[in-house]
Design a protein around this ligand. Structure first.
Ligand code: AMP
Length: 144
């Protein structure tokens, strides 16, 4: 069985190049589509009143714009021309899972830092996706 649609979730830190390169290798090997997704998780401060002020919208727009630029650069560094770049805002775990469901993704590639002590038992993004994903997941270990 070969994969048809590989989704690589990136947090846009420097570490994610290794994760993206791994996803690209797998996609190339299987001749699969490759999508890169980044979720902008911006929580407006005034949640209690459900009031989103204009400057808060501006901040979110800036974050989305910055993410689009960085994701484009990452795709460039990987030397990939044909790749879908997806930027969405919301809760990271839910958005990754939703995109995978809606777009017939059959492999999600993510990174995971080696965490110690209390951090190793707290739910990470990778853990959250792992428990609800509709498809296979590859967790790429990132160094310390
Ligand atoms: P973390 O649990 O924050 O250490 O993140 C683990 C992995 O989840 C990262 O290496 C990425 O693959 C993915 N990830 C984290 N944050 C985001 C984000 N905002 N958008 C997309 N993927 C993310």
């Amino acid at each position: 069985m070969s994969y048809q649609h590989v989704l690589c979730a990136v947090d846009l830190s420097d570490d994610n190049l290794a994760v993206a390169v791994r996803a690209a290798e797998l996609a190339r090997h299987d001749n699969a589509r490759l999508s890169l997704i980044h979720v902008v998780e911006y929580v407006p401060i005034d949640l209690a009143n459900e009031l989103v002020l204009p400057h808060q919208q501006e901040i979110e727009e800036q974050l989305l714009k910055r993410a689009k630029k960085l994701l484009g650069e990452l795709a460039g560094e990987m030397g990939l021309d044909v790749v879908s770049e997806i930027i969405v805002s919301g809760q990271t775990r839910s958005e990754i899972i939703q995109f995978a469901r809606d777009h017939e993704v059959d492999l999600i590639v993510m990174g995971k830092h080696r965490k110690h002590g209390i951090f190793s038992i707290l739910g990470s993004t990778a853990n959250g996706v792992l428990h609800h994903a509709p498809c296979d997941i590859l967790i790429v270990h990132i160094g310390e």
